[in-house]
Design a protein. Structure first.
Length: 385
């Protein structure tokens, strides 16, 4: 708690950049909870839904190097604040779409906004860590989890209370835009690393330890993306929970992911990054198996909470290491890892939709369990920087 208090809660710059992480989770958690509403509104089956959800990863993947380019041209500060506002506006589109044809372009813009914001905010974290000699990467990623938890929980309560999803999403977007303007002045005081400004961004084929890190990131992000997009659907269609509990699986997952990340900056140095990554893969697989074989309300919530704890420190460890790969600039390292990681986060749920349509959602989650075990195995051998 002392580390969390001193390095984050009492540090205005840490809190400001953490607000950006929070905004992504808050917006995405709200959207993820309303996915069943969109599915019913347009009469989609699992395969149709999976295909439509593909639009978001397309936006994320195509915007990664654009994000690195924007950071090099405009700087981390302007890119972070601007992309927060753009992302908030983009999330209004898929929920309020009058026709199914508006959803794919809306999700494409959401994915692009997430990707650009993610690169810029992680650059902000590494700048703060470098100049202030503190560790806040895991804590900031924890703010994403806090936002995901609150977004899904509040949206679930709002849905149960009968609030129209379109109106609810408008209120959430306005809140994020207000948040962006409220932290703008503090973010602009962050001492940006001069070596990153004006530096050319380029894509290269990763190899060695960096390649293994990327493979772990893909597996871990498929687990994360599946939880974000399909947990509410699983709670409704497989567990048969009441509307008030539809979002609780995602909330339980988000809560324990947040707790793991908030304590990660003190936990990882003590246990070692490799051990934390390995244990995370095992815990995620165990939680998924619990939800699959005991599909009841409370056992599923506990299982998804275990997955949240398992994935909690994976992204902070991998992003922090990607920013320190020898011979690779921070923006390039982050952009390349983010390209593959966001691909896993967003393409994975699409594949789950097709597998679920061909078999069942429980079997699809079994595939995700296998990927968690691969992540566990690879984590025992990777060299982290």
């Amino acid at each position: 708690m002392k580390h969390l208090t001193d390095s984050f809660l009492k540090n205005r710059q840490s809190r400001a950049i953490g607000a950006s992480f929070f905004s992504i989770g808050f917006l995405f958690g709200t959207w993820a909870t309303f996915i069943p509403f969109v599915k019913d509104k347009f009469g989609l089956n699992d395969a149709d839904l999976g295909l439509i959800l593909l639009s978001m990863p397309l936006g994320a993947l195509t915007a990664n190097m654009i994000g690195a380019w924007l950071v090099s041209k405009l700087g981390m500060k302007t890119t972070t604040v601007g992309s927060m506002i753009g992302m908030a506006l983009a999330f209004l589109i898929p929920i309020n779409a009058p026709s199914i044809y508006f959803i794919p372009p809306g999700l494409y813009l959401c994915g692009a906004g997430i990707s650009i914001t993610n690169i810029a905010q992680n650059m902000g974290v590494t700048s703060i860590e470098s100049h202030q000699k503190i560790n806040i990467m895991s804590t900031c990623h924890g703010m994403f989890s806090v936002g995901l938890m609150l977004g899904s929980l509040l949206a679930s309560i709002g849905r149960g209370a009968g609030i129209l999803p379109g109106s609810y999403m408008l209120g959430i977007s306005v809140l994020v835009i207000v948040l962006a303007f409220s932290v703008k002045s503090t973010i602009f005081k962050i001492q940006e690393e001069e070596s990153q400004v004006g530096q050319k961004s380029r894509f290269f084929i990763p190899k060695g330890a960096f390649l293994i890190m990327i493979l772990i990131g893909v597996c871990g992000n498929i687990v994360e993306g599946t939880m974000a997009d399909w947990t509410s659907v699983y709670m409704r269609d497989v567990v048969k929970s009441s509307p008030y509990f539809v979002g609780w699986g995602l909330s339980g997952y988000s809560l324990f992911m947040a707790l793991g990340r908030l304590y990660g900056d003190s936990l990882i140095p003590k246990l070692g990054a490799n051990k934390v990554l390995t244990a995370g893969g095992l815990l995620s697989a165990a939680g998924l198996l619990l939800a699959i074989f005991l599909p009841m309300v409370w056992t599923s919530i506990v299982g998804f909470a275990m997955v949240g704890a398992g994935v909690s420190c994976a992204a902070p460890i991998l992003y922090g290491s990607a920013a320190r790969v020898p011979g690779v600039s921070k923006s390039n390292g982050l952009a390349i890892l983010n390209t593959f990681a966001m691909g896993g986060f967003m393409v994975g749920p699409v594949l789950i939709g097709f597998i679920s349509e061909a078999t069942s959602l429980s079997i699809a989650l079994g595939v995700v369990t296998f990927l968690a075990l691969i992540w566990m195995y690879l984590s025992r051998t990777v060299k982290l920087y």
